[in-house]
Design a protein around this ligand. Structure first.
Ligand code: SF4
Length: 350
């Protein structure tokens, strides 16, 4: 468990982290990336943390990988690279840094460690989990194999290293349909997201797809009737859903795609009004780049992602605590599943 008061005491002894309008003004270039969604008053609070973290990164030869669901002060203030979980893990292998600070949830840090075993991977809050990753263990994968003998197991990247190690190949929400379609088997086991599996089953009708009953607590909350009501009350709004949403929600939307797919769609289409049916920070993080788009409507927050704060990132980098380790034999098997996905995606040109 985190001892927040002790962390705060440690940080305030070493650094001046009091709000500063002067410092905030001197970092106007960073603020410009989030000025539509972060008030000047909040920026004056964040700026001292952003300055100290960015200085420490240089000292430690560290990079920060920020998931699309991070808050704007993390995504734009301290992240060297932003993206979805797989983009970040691949980026972890490419950077020269000694230290990776994973601003996301625990399975993402594990994936970075699996792909970059020689780098130190820091997780600012070890309790930042994921309802999907926690829904299945390696025993669950074994149970599915018993139920469907001979069927290959395709596991979403939102899984623990142990589950990846027990699977045949991984997938992301952007390549799941193509990966499944390319496998040489009529029956395919997909874990752990039942809704992603059902959405893939609709797109790949030639396969018999069976699934584990996991779900994302953020995306399962949306309903098709919510979307119909919203469309009626806000005519002209483009509804854009993540494929972790239930299939009837996806069917009701104008477009469905992974977080990177959503960003590309909104950037290319520039709809006048858009409702992103996904985690709240997605819209916040692209709002300043797309001033012509009015991001409207309700969103759902991921409580796991929101465990990552500037304060926790600073503490992890300062003390080098929160190091993520994956046992070598598990990492070797898990790496095979991830690498098979990367290789197949390249072969398929996706
Ligand atoms: S948004 Fe859903 S899938 Fe992503 S980390 Fe949160 S619970 Fe997991």
């Amino acid at each position: 468990m985190f001892d927040l008061p002790a962390q705060r005491a440690h940080l305030s002894e070493k650094y001046d982290l009091s709000p500063s309008a002067e410092l905030a003004a001197s970092m106007e270039d960073i603020y410009a990336r989030m000025s539509r969604v972060v008030s000047p008053m909040d920026w004056a609070i964040y700026a001292p943390y952003v300055k100290v973290i960015n200085d420490l990164k240089a000292e430690r030869n560290a990079v920060v990988l920020g998931h699309n669901y991070m808050t704007p002060e993390i995504y734009h203030g301290i992240s060297d690279f932003g993206g979805d979980s797989l983009q970040l893990a691949i980026k972890a292998t490419e950077v020269e840094a000694d230290v990776i600070v994973q601003c996301g949830v625990h399975f993402m840090a594990e994936t970075s460690k699996i792909l970059s075993p020689d780098k130190t991977v820091l997780m600012p809050d070890m309790e930042a989990g994921c309802s999907l990753a926690e829904s299945i263990t390696a025993d669950g994968v074994a149970e599915m194999r018993r139920r469907y003998p001979g069927a290959p197991v395709v596991s979403y990247v939102n899984t623990t290293a142990e589950v990846k190690a027990a699977s045949d190949i991984c997938c992301t929400s952007s390549n799941a349909a193509q990966i499944v379609a390319a496998l040489d088997s009529d029956t395919i086991i997909m874990t752990p997201d039942q809704y992603l599996a059902q959405n893939v089953a609709r797109d790949v009708p030639q396969k018999n797809i069976v699934w584990w009953e996991g779900s994302c607590i953020v995306h399962e909350q949306y309903s098709a009737s919510d979307l119909r009501d919203f469309r009626e009350w806000n005519p002209g709004t483009r509804l854009i859903a993540h494929p972790e949403c239930p299939p009837d929600v996806v069917a009701e939307a104008d477009f469905s795609g992974s977080t990177s797919g959503i960003i590309k769609y909104v950037t290319d289409e520039k709809p006048e009004k858009a409702l992103l049916i996904t985690e709240c920070s997605m819209a916040s993080n692209i709002a300043d780049e797309l001033p012509e788009v009015d991001f409207v409507g309700p969103c759902n927050m991921c409580p796991y992602m929101k465990k990552i704060t500037l304060e926790k990132v600073l503490y992890a980098l300062d003390t080098m605590t929160g190091q993520v380790e994956v046992e070598a034999d598990v990492a070797d098997k898990a790496r095979l599943s991830v690498q098979r996905m990367i290789d197949l995606s390249r072969k398929l040109g996706i």
